[in-house]
Design a protein around this ligand. Structure first.
Ligand SMILES: [Zn+2]
Ligand SMILES: [Zn+2]
Length: 157
């Protein structure tokens, strides 16, 4: 393995695993534990590669163990309506529950990272548990993760 030097001060960096990070956005709550990072002797942290944060978010979004609630179907251009994907009933009001799942997400060259994801859900009258439309789930996960990364004081890229 090649030694990487800190981009801010040129000191040698050491790999480390980050502790528990939390972030929230739009009712989407995320807890990430064990992200790999590099740390120099002067305390500058960064991710192993500039692409790592986005790749990690994409791995979370692709994990079927994390996102299990069915996304609502979104209809309407000006007044957005959310419909149950099973029976087509319009879901009125705001999501009133949470669907929380835990999974380990594989990352290159490191041990798997533990992730807990809570999505806002609503029960349809047919019994189906429905979450936000897919685009909103993706946006929420992305922003919640970005907020979690920010709490570790890692500069983006
Ligand atoms: Zn440094
Ligand atoms: Zn339904």
């Amino acid at each position: 393995m090649t030694t990487t030097v800190c981009r801010q001060c040129n000191a040698d960096t050491m790999p480390l695993r980050l502790g528990r990070l939390e972030g929230e956005e739009h009712g989407v709550h995320i807890v990430i534990e064990g992200l790999p990072a590099l740390d120099c002797s002067n305390g500058h942290k960064r991710f192993p590669t500039p692409e790592f944060p986005l790749e990690f978010i994409q791995r979370m979004l692709g994990d079927e163990g994390l996102i299990t609630a069915e996304p609502a179907v979104e209809k309407g251009l000006f007044r957005k309506r959310r419909l149950c994907p099973d029976c087509g009933t319009e879901l009125s009001g705001e999501p009133n529950g949470k669907s929380t799942h835990q999974a380990t997400v594989d990352v290159p060259d490191s041990e798997a990272v533990s992730v807990e994801l809570s999505l806002p859900v609503q029960n349809c009258s047919c019994g189906r548990e429905v979450t936000l439309p897919k685009s909103e789930v993706e946006r929420g996960v992305m922003q919640a993760a970005a907020n979690a990364f920010r709490s570790a004081e890692i500069p983006p890229g």
